[in-house]
Design a binder for this molecule. Structure first.
Ligand code: SF4
Ligand code: MG
Length: 323
């Protein structure tokens, strides 16, 4: 398959509140395939947003590399970084949270195009009108102000803005989480249409597994700054292989029932990320932990084509052995 963006050993650290260093990203390896929507899931505080931001060079990793369009993104500076940034955009949960409510929609949407692509005003106006049409608002929305729009319409504007510089890769971070359920479906459908029609590649970050199931082709799960499972959407939802994935899914309705052993809901607190457990990071909450899990930190290993798990005893290999 054709990998668009590839992270290797990506690490982000910051000082912890209770002393120590917090590894928000622990040497993350991740390939994102051209044209796919990769759903990134996990509890809040597990590093999803940090990974999304690191892939866009919004936060600088302290180690690792990100291969994108023939260069290591972490090493780009100056004009090459600006040019490459045009290919990488973000859709936020609330795109207007930090913006001047008095700015016109046309100026908000045009901003990445003017800044990242160095477009002229006339070109930007034309592009903005097209984009506002594309997201279903109509070009006349350009003259209005953010407060004149509903949450769902504002998210459409946020999407238009993210697409203005014609990016190849988009990170959507909890992009529909603030919306009513009825509006979520509309915005999700808009996003998947855009991914298909414009050949976009998307990292779709969400704590909501139902939403991820709707939009993602593939799923990656994070826990305490690590990727602990990657799988196709169908494999993942049919039979999660990591005990943490299984516990996350136990909280989601509309599931095919699996063996009872695989459907224990998540218990216990997320450990202090500045003082994580030795061995497997999940072992303090894992119902299947053994002595090995206390001693040895599991690697992310491929257990089947397209499926990787960071666990000494992945669930579906346990059930294969016993059948
Ligand atoms: Fe549980 Fe051990 Fe697997 Fe960690 S390595 S998830 S503690 S079984
Ligand atoms: Mg987040």
């Amino acid at each position: 398959s054709d990998v668009l963006l590839s992270a290797r050993g990506l690490r982000v650290e910051y000082p912890g509140r209770s002393g120590g260093r917090v590894r928000a990203l622990r040497d993350v390896d991740l390939d994102i395939v051209r044209g796919e929507t990769l759903g990134l899931v996990g509890e809040s505080g597990c590093g999803k947003s940090t990974l999304g931001r690191a892939l866009l060079r919004v936060v600088d990793p302290s180690a690792g590399r990100i291969d994108f369009l023939g260069a290591d993104l972490t090493r780009l500076r100056g004009r090459r970084l600006r040019r490459t940034r045009a290919e990488l955009q973000m859709v936020f949960q609330d795109p207007f949270g930090s913006l001047n409510p008095r700015r016109r929609i046309a100026d908000i949407v045009a901003e990445p195009l003017l800044r990242a692509r160095g477009a002229g005003r006339a070109e930007a106006d034309r592009a903005v009108a097209e984009l506002l049409d594309l997201v279903g608002l109509g070009a006349e929305a350009g003259g209005r102000r953010p407060h004149e729009f509903s949450g769902g319409q504002r998210q459409r504007i946020g999407i238009a803005r993210a697409l203005a510089s014609s990016p190849q890769f988009v990170v959507a971070d909890e992009a529909v989480s603030a919306l009513d359920v009825s509006i979520q479906a509309q915005v999700l459908n808009l996003l998947s249409d855009l991914v298909r029609d414009r050949g976009l590649t998307m990292l779709f970050i969400s704590h909501d597994l139902g939403v991820v199931r709707h939009i993602a082709d593939r799923v990656a799960v994070m826990y305490l700054g690590e990727i602990i499972e990657t799988a196709s959407r169908d494999d993942f939802f049919a039979a999660p292989a990591h005990p943490y994935s299984s516990a996350l899914l136990a909280g989601v309705p509309v599931l095919r029932p699996g063996p009872a052993r695989e459907r224990q809901p998540l218990e216990g607190e997320l450990p202090d990320p500045a003082h994580p457990p030795e061995g497997c990071l999940f072992r303090t909450r894992c119902p299947f932990a053994t002595d090995l899990c206390r001693i040895r930190h599991p690697e992310l290993r491929e257990v089947a084509p397209g499926r990787s798990v960071r666990c000494h005893l992945p669930l579906h290999s346990v059930s294969e052995e016993s059948s």
